[in-house]
Design a protein around this ligand. Structure first.
Ligand code: ZN
Length: 308
């Protein structure tokens, strides 16, 4: 049976493409080997000698409509995973033996009435200044999950975000679905953005949010290796879909709780965020009336650590 090579990222295996040898390179459980396309052998890396050796493969890997498919049982066994077939259920089970410590926060654990506003996908120069004006007028900090290539395009807006006391966080370089990217590309998406914020505002964040909130176990491993904390959300305003201010306000008031992380956006494609900008001062007023205090994600997570 063949599965997409990238399927193995869900097991925690790093999966890469070697263009020179036209092969998929798998790394996990202290093993590394390459599966070339249309060959019935593998190239296995021998760590003790630093050389590559030929290995056996029952079925060849193929490329189909731009995607690489590999024999699932062969690859799983080479990664020292247990593969068992349950004939009653007619299912094959793979036990990975790979543990990746999750470093994910959907909210702070503070019992204090703290809440964090987060804005994804910027900076840009249409909505971002309006959002910053509101935050400034209300004296409220937020956290901006920035896309590296936008930082490069709008460096002045990036500087304004930082100069006005807001938190920044990494939201990849080009906003891809990480599940569909080779592991080396995932790493690059994070690292390039770290470099760009360092160049632009002289600092980098250890906070990361994957586009669409989507990632595999192997992507989580890379985040851990790079020392990034993975920040999700507890209140999804759905503002990107063009909701009105009233609809957004209703969602926030319904779903907010102490330690809450509110997901909003600041991108300008399609100009869908008028409702979101209109809702912002009302969200702040409503939550402050209910006793909430606004903090950056950094502060929200610090509070969590001290209370443990
Ligand atoms: Zn995004």
């Amino acid at each position: 049976m063949l599965v997409p090579a990238l399927f193995f990222k869900h097991t925690g295996t790093l999966v890469d493409w070697n263009d020179e040898y036209r092969s998929v390179v798998f790394q996990a459980n202290n093993r590394k080997f390459a599966v070339p396309i249309n060959k019935t052998f593998t190239d296995d890396f021998d760590r003790s000698t630093g050389t590559w050796k030929r290995g056996a493969l029952s079925t060849e890997a193929i490329e189909f409509q731009g995607e690489i498919f590999v024999p699932v049982v062969d690859v799983a066994k080479k990664l020292q995973m247990d593969v068992t077939y349950n004939s009653q259920q007619n299912r094959t089970f793979i036990t990975t033996n790979i543990s990746v410590k999750p470093n994910v926060f959907a909210k702070g654990q503070s019992t204090e009435k703290l809440v964090a506003l987060t804005f994804d996908d910027g900076p840009e120069n249409h909505y971002t200044p309006m959002i910053l004006d509101v935050l400034k007028e209300k004296g409220v900090p937020a956290t901006f999950f920035v896309v590296g290539q936008e930082v490069k395009t709008y460096p002045n807006m990036m500087r304004r975000i930082v100069n006005e006391g807001h938190g920044i966080a990494n939201h990849t370089w080009s906003h891809p679905d990480l599940r569909k990217k080779w592991s080396s590309e995932v790493r690059k998406e994070i690292e390039l953005t770290q470099q760009e914020t360092q160049i632009t505002v002289g600092r980098r964040s250890d906070l990361f949010r994957p586009p669409y909130g989507a990632y595999t176990k192997a992507d989580m491993l890379i985040m851990n290796q790079l020392g990034m904390r993975n920040i999700m959300w507890s209140v999804d305003t759905l503002d990107w879909s063009g909701l009105s201010a009233d609809q957004i306000l209703e969602i926030v008031n319904r779903d907010v709780s102490p330690g809450g992380i509110i997901l909003q956006h600041n991108f300008q494609y399609g100009r869908l965020l008028d409702g979101s900008v209109e809702a912002l001062p009302r969200i702040i007023d409503d939550l402050q009336k209910r006793g909430y205090r606004f903090v950056t994600i950094q502060t929200l997570l610090e509070k969590q650590n001290t209370e443990r």
